[in-house]
Structures are given as C-alpha cells and as structure tokens.
Write a protein that binds this ligand. Structure first.
Ligand code: NAD
Length: 698
C-alpha cells in the first residue's frame, strides 16, 4: 500500500484519499496507489461504492512535473483510468481546487462526479504543445458534445464548477467547501438508489447528436484564423473528431495515442515547455532573498485617467483593492471613469461579470484633483504624459503628500527611473511599473528597478503583479527597459526596410507568418504614429543621429494611426482588419525620391533576419549589461507583452534553436553592409559563440 494514497471504509463507502502535496500531481506513487486502493475497494465486501478525494488544497492538478522527461513507469495513467472505469462497484470523484489535465481525465474515468462550487476543471495540455493523452479527448466529448469539448481542449481554458455542471462534466455542484461531505453525500446517494457504474466510454447520445454535422469543418475554419501555424490545437481537434468517426472507444483511444505521439515529436513543444517554465521562474527574482519582506498594498493611487491610468485602475479594483485616481481637470476624470464603466459594462454584456459586480467595482474607485488624497495610499502609480519634467514635478509633490513607506511607481515606457526618483527624498521607494496597453488584456507587468530601489519595494511590486494576476518580470533601468528597447530596434529596422524597397504589408506579413499576432506597422497604427514620431523628434532635438523616415512624413501629414482613421493601412470598419492603402505607396515613393534612395527587391528572408536578429543582438546587450538577469526574463517579456509566439519560446530561446553561430555571422555581415551600432555584435553573443554555449546556458 502506498503512503500517498489511503483506503478507509466509512459505512458502505470505501474512501480513497490522495495525499501528495502540494497539488496531488499524478506521480508514479499516486497512480500506483490509486489502482491499489481501487483493488482493495473491490475486494472489500462491505464497500458498495468507492469515493476518490484528495487532501490539501486541490484535487489532482495534473502530471507530476518532477517526472517530466523521464520514461513513464507502469501503471500508466490511461491504464489506471481504465481500471477505475471497469470497476463493477460505482466510483465517485469529489473535486475541489482544480482538476486539471490527467486529474480531470481521471475524474472522467470515475462513474459519478461532484465538485464544490469554487472548483475548476480543465485540460490545459495544449498549452504545453500536447493533447490530453489518457482518454480526455475521447471521454469529454461523450459528456459535452463536440463543440464544447473542442473549445476546452484546443484552448486549454478552465471552467468553473457551475459551467462544468451545465456542460455535463460534473453531475452535481455542492454548496460550501467541504469536499469530503459532498463526496460522501453523492456516494451514499449512489448506494441508496442502487445506481450502477455509468461508464463515460459507453455513452453514445452526444456522439450520435454530432455525427455527420459540419461542427468540425466550422471549428477547423475558426481555428485556422485563431491558431494558424500552431501545431497542437489542430491535433487536439483531430483527436476529438476521432471520438465521432472511430468504430469504437478503443479505436478512438488508439488514434488519441498516435496524435499524442505526433505532438511529442513537434518542435513547438520545446518552445511551449520553455515558455511555461520561464513564466513561473520569472516570478523568482534572482538575487532577491526569498524572505524579503513584502509591504501591504491595500489602497492604491493612480495619477492620470488617460489610456493607461484608467485601465491600470481596473486591475486593482478587479481584485477588491480601492483606487483613487487623480487628474488635472474634472473633465479628464469623468472621461476616464466613463471608459472604465464602459469596459465593465461590456464585460457584463458578455456575461463575464454580473451587473452587481459592475457597480461594486465602480464603487471602489474615487477621484480627486488633489494629491493630498493620496496620504493613505500604499502604492501610487503615475501614468501621465511621457515627459520627464512633468513626471519629476509629480514625484516631488508625491514625496510631500504620501506617507512614509508608500511605494511611488511610474508607468513610463522609456524614461530613466533614477532621474524620476531623484525628484524625491526617498529613491528607495521609487520603482517603474510598466503596464502594457490594453492594460486589462495584456498580462505582462515589467517592473523596473532603479539603482536605489530597495529589495522590499522590488519584492512588493512583484507580489502586486501576482495579486492583480499579471506576470511580473523585474528588469533594470535603461531607455525602454527590456521590451521597448528591443522593440525600438525592430521598429527602426522595419522602417529602414521600407525606405530601401519593402512594403509595410510585406514586412508585417513576414512577422505575422512568424507567429506575431500583428506586424510592426499594424502595431504602430494601433499605438499611434505620433508616439514614435515625438520620441524621434525629442532625440533629434537632443542632437542624436536619428535619420528621417517615411513614418515621419506620415506623422507630419496628420496620419497618426487608427485614431485618425488615416494611417499606414486603411481598415475595414467592422473588424479593423488592415487593408493596404494605395496612397501609402505614393508617400513612400516620394520619400525615397526625396532621399535619393534607389528601391530594391527585398526578400522575406532578409526581412525576418533583420527584424529578428537586431532584437537578439540587443537582447544580448541587455543581458550583458544586467538589465535582464536571465534570458528567460526577456523571453517572458516578449511572450506576455508583445505576443511573441509562445511555441517559439521567446526571442532568446528561439535564437538558441536557430544557432548563435549562424546568427552572429549574419549580424556581422549586416554590420559590414548596413553599418550602425545596432548591428555591432554584442560582446556576449561573441563570447557565447566562442565558448560553444547558448543563452540558455547562462
Ligand atoms: P494619455 O495621454 O492617454 O493620458 C495621460 C493623462 O495624464 C491625461 O489624461 C492627462 O490629463 C493626465 N495628466 C497630465 N498631467 C497630469 C498631472 N500633473 N496630474 C494628473 N494627471 C495628469 O497617456 P497614456 O497613453 O495613458 O500614457 C501615460 C503613461 O503611460 C506614459 O508615461 C506612457 O509612456 C506610458 N505608457 C503608455 C502606453 C500606451 O500604449 N499608451 C503603454 C505603456 C506605457
């Protein structure tokens, strides 16, 4: 008998309890223990039904990552599940916390399921480039029908207990949190009513209902738009389809196995696994002791109710933290509040939150024109215009208005945190908290440490990221930090490619074919062309060598992006899909003529190499300077903040896959043909190549 799984009989119910902290993952001991306990239950003449529950904070939350990459020891999960399903005594699963991946597959092998109201279930394997390989793709559609199963399995999204009951995944949702009581109640009902094992593999009504329908064709067409180029979701779809087309459950299981094998062999899996672990690792800041105290953040102030400030406020209100927003004028506050309300009302319309929650959240926001109202705030985030003088004057005023120990943060996207901190008498409390737009959608929070930022403040802003459900990455202070510094190089290179002969649509297509959700110029249109223009103008005023480009011409003509409805692209009103604007060609041709540039054919390969390698070279400089402590931090910034395809693992991981030696030689050749500091090979890149190492070895 395994010590992580116990068997005890309570009345007519044989109770199988898994106790394998922290998340009852499906280790070899757990699999073996469950099978053994089911055997004992079958042999126990007084047990009329069996109940599977877990101790601790959750039901089985998936595979044991400690065993990842090791050969699977018998019994494999699919066999354990079949053993449970074949039991002639009914088996009930009682779910609390999360039943994920193999955990949910195991619950689907049980004959009846109850979940406490706070529980969640899901099959997230696709996020690691896999499909549920222990019958999940065959059993789930037998309970939910094709459409629901495909949605859950191809996205890996979790569903709450209430939805799980509506979908037929669980039979009952229990009131309260007592999972043992909920499980016992259902098991006793099964015994009392003499219910027989109900084997999901034998259910056919949902299969019959969807057989021959066009649900798969429609779903595949949708997937081709949403997940183009991503391998695993299509394999998940094929596996679910096999449940409907196979002659038997066992045939479907065979197909699931084959498709699982194909996923295991896909290159994309390595990238996704790296992305998954990098995201977890990013929260553990290197050099920051684990026991660093974290300050309480119970009240937040936000300065500026513009694009960023208003939506940043929502992040705190969403988790119950009250926010006071300050502005220069009442109208700006009203406008900001209206944006927040509209966002919440849209969420309510989509059923994501209730009407009562809209009012509850709005009720947590107060507004002010006076910084004295920040005297109780534990954290104040400044989100006003990107202008150093304005920001310094605000931080000077905050220094006077805020209580000792309050954290003073700036949402600046590029400016020097140390210079901002110098306007206060407490630089140790000053930090960058760089949210990304739209701040209610993009889940990255790039926290920027100044030279004097205290460890306590660093630890607190990382904890705040977690609290507001963002992925926090702690980076160093420099122009543009990690993300925008690299983006700036890509943007400049993309613009030069157009100067030389490429078209914006060609450059953007290369980037979207690579897997970015949008290209460089569609992104400029979205952010506003004036933003880049004013940054370049500032550089020019400061005497920096910033050559003119056709984008400057665009800004000067008032074509500022989507907000002016005149930009790089025209847009279809209904879906904002970019359409090439013929006037664009004229403007670019005119620019080339003015500059005496002879346009040439530029290959997609050159576009990809110039756009990507210039970022990798900059990323290497960022690592060399210690602005990012690990290459995985850069990867996470780019995956979570800029839509870098997670199946490629982030820019630095991708570079390791391409081969640093080949990247270095191309960087060198661009340096000699194109010139410019951006192509000067990073010393770190040269060092790694000479030592035969990768970024991942650092
Ligand atoms: P915005 O122009 O939309 O809003 C700025 C707001 O600040 C305005 O409503 C203005 O009235 C207010 N303001 C100006 N001075 C003020 C003061 N002294 N006190 C109170 N309010 C004041 O700008 P935004 O796009 O929200 O950008 C704000 C900051 O966020 C900038 O530093 C920007 O670099 C950064 N940022 C912007 C984005 C983006 O995509 N927009 C993304 C990340 C970071």
């Amino acid at each position: 008998m395994s010590d992580v799984v116990t068997y005890n009989r309570e009345g007519a119910v044989g109770v199988i309890t898994v106790n394998y902290p922290p998340v009852n993952a499906l280790s070899h001991a757990v699999r073996f223990g469950i099978k053994d306990a089911v055997k004992r239950g079958q042999a126990d003449a007084n047990a009329k039904a069996l109940l599977l529950i877990c101790d601790g904070r959750t039901f089985i939350a998936g595979a044991d990552i400690r065993e990842l990459g090791e050969p699977m020891q018998e019994p494999g999960l699919a066999k354990v599940i079949k053993f449970i399903e074949d039991s002639d005594k009914p088996v009930v699963a009682a779910i609390h916390g999360t039943a994920l991946g193999g955990g949910l597959e195991l619950a689907l092998g049980c004959h009846y399921r109850v979940a406490v109201a706070s529980a969640k279930v899901g099959l997230p394997e696709v996020k690691l480039g896999l499909l549920p390989g222990a019958g999940g793709t065959q059993r789930l559609p037998r309970l939910t029908g094709a459409q629901n199963a495909m949605e859950m399995i191809t996205t890996g999204q979790f569903v709450g207990a209430g939805d799980a009951a509506k979908l037929g995944i669980v039979d009952e949702v229990a009131q309260g949190d007592d999972v043992k009581a909920a499980g016992m109640a259902l098991a006793q009902k099964v015994v009392g009513e003499g219910l027989q094992p109900r084997r999901v593999s034998e259910l056919t009504d949902k299969l019959e209902a969807d057989k021959g329908s066009d649900v798969f064709t429609r779903f595949r067409a949708g997937l081709e738009k949403k997940a183009q180029g991503v391998f695993a979701p299509f394999k998940c779809l094929e596996a679910v389809e096999a449940a409907f087309t196979s002659a038997s459950f066992d045939e479907g299981m065979k197909r699931e196995r084959q498709l699982f094998g194909e996923c295991m062999e896909s290159d994309q899996r390595a990238g996704l696994i790296h992305a998954f672990f990098a995201e977890r690792e990013a929260s553990k800041v290197s050099g920051l002791p684990k026991d660093t105290p974290v300050r309480d953040v119970k009240k937040v102030g936000v300065i500026g109710a513009g694009t960023m400030g208003s939506v940043i406020s929502m992040n705190f209100v969403n988790v119950g933290i009250p926010v006071t927003i300050a502005e220069v004028k009442q109208e700006a506050l009203d406008k900001g509040l209206a944006v927040i309300r509209k966002n919440y009302e849209n969420s309510a319309k989509k059923g994501r939150i209730t009407r009562a929650q809209v009012e509850e959240r709005m009720g947590l926001i107060s507004t002010t024109l006076n910084y004295d109202n920040f005297k109780d705030a534990d954290l104040v985030i400044e989100a006003v215009f990107e202008n150093m003088a304005v920001k310094k004057s605000i931080f000077g005023r905050l220094d006077t208005a805020c209580k000792p120990g309050a954290i003073l943060a700036s949402n600046t996207s590029t400016l020097d945190i140390d210079e901002i901190a110098s306007a206060t008498s407490r630089p140790e409390d000053v930090v960058g908290m760089h949210f990304f737009s739209p701040a209610n959608v993009i889940n990255l929070l790039e926290n920027v440490r100044g030279t004097k930022t205290s460890d306590e403040v660093k630890a607190t802003v990382m904890a705040v990221a977690k609290k507001i459900k963002k992925v926090g990455v702690l980076v160093g202070n420099c122009y543009g930090f990690v993300g925008n510094r690299m983006l700036h190089q890509r943007g400049a290179e993309a613009t030069k490619l157009i100067n030389e002969g490429a078209s914006p649509a060609q450059v953007d297509k290369v980037l979207t074919d690579f897997g970015f959700p949008m290209g460089q110029f569609a992104m400029s249109d979205l952010a506003g062309i004036d933003i880049g223009y004013s940054i370049r103008e500032e550089c020019r005023k400061a005497g920096e060598d910033t050559p003119r480009s056709w984008m400057d011409k665009l800004a000067e003509e008032g074509r500022l992006g989507q907000k002016t409805m005149a930009r790089v692209y025209e847009y279809e009103e209904c879906n904002r899909k970019p359409i090439v604007d013929p006037k664009e060609d004229e403007l670019i041709a005119e620019f080339r003529k003015e500059q005496g540039i002879e346009s040439r054919e530029i290959s997609d390969k050159e576009i990809l190499e110039r756009c990507m390698y210039v970022m990798i070279n900059e990323g290497a400089k960022i690592l060399e300077e210690g602005v990012a402590s690990r290459s995985l931090d850069i990867d996470v910034v780019w995956i979570c903040g800029y839509g870098f395809p997670s199946y490629r693992g982030g820019p630095m991981f991708w570079a390791d896959q391409v081969g640093l030696d080949s990247i270095l030689s191309t960087v060198k050749s661009f340096h000699s043909s194109l010139g410019g500091d951006q192509w000067k090979p990073a010393a770190l890149l040269e060092k790694l190549v000479s030592e035969g190492k990768k970024f991942g070895d650092l």
